[in-house]
Every structure is written in structure tokens, then in C-alpha cells.
Design a protein around this ligand. Sequence first.
Ligand SMILES: [Zn+2]
Length: 131
Amino acid sequence: MTVRLFKNAYLERMTYMPIYLFLPVWLAAIVVVFIYSLPQPFFHGLFLYVSGYLTWTLTEYLGHRFFFHFNFSSESGRKLIYVIHGNHHELPKDKLRNMMPLSITIPLAILIWLLPMPQAVVRERRFSVDF
Ligand SMILES: [Zn+2]
């Protein structure tokens, strides 16, 4: 059972993230990032893994706490929050919406990659490998 969020079928499909799509996409992403990061000194890789895990956990918590549950006064704001996250609380066992859909994940990943911090980490890695 799922909640219909958009009348347009294409937009509706863009809100789904079934497990059979999640697993191969994220497995491919993990393999690509792992290969891209080689060779990596062990402690540098461990530091990047732990700092990335902590940063993402904090970001996810803060986003959930302060954005996904923001109490908009306008009707359009409440609809936005419902489409983004509120439907998940209405039907928490919806198998098509248990994870962030690729229509959001891919642009978000590109935005995060364009931030100065990931670029600096890559520059440092290349520096440490080259010298
Ligand atoms: Zn929530």
C-alpha cells in the first residue's frame, strides 16, 4: 500500500525507491568510490570513513529534526514537507518509499561533491599519493 503524491505518473515514479533498484545502485556507487580512493594509506582511509560516517549521521539527524519536521504555516509549505517526508510517517512500511529516491539522491550527491571539503580531501589524497 502506498500514498499517491502526484497526479502525473512520471513524477509519482520519481518518488519511489524500491529495494531492487537501491541495492545495485548503491553497490555500484560503493565499488566506484572504493576503486577511486585506491591506493589509500590505511589510517587516512580509516579517518575518511569515520569522519564521513559521523558527518553523514549528523547531517541526516539535523535534516530530519529541523527540516523534515519543520512546521510551515502555509499550505504549500505543509504540502512540500508531506511530499518530502510526511508521507513516510503516514505509511512507514511503504516498501517503495523507505529510502530517499534517486531523483533526490543524485542531485544531492552532486551538490555535496561540489562543496569545498570533498574537493580538498581529494586534493590531499592525491598529494599524499604523489609525494
Ligand atoms: Zn520524520
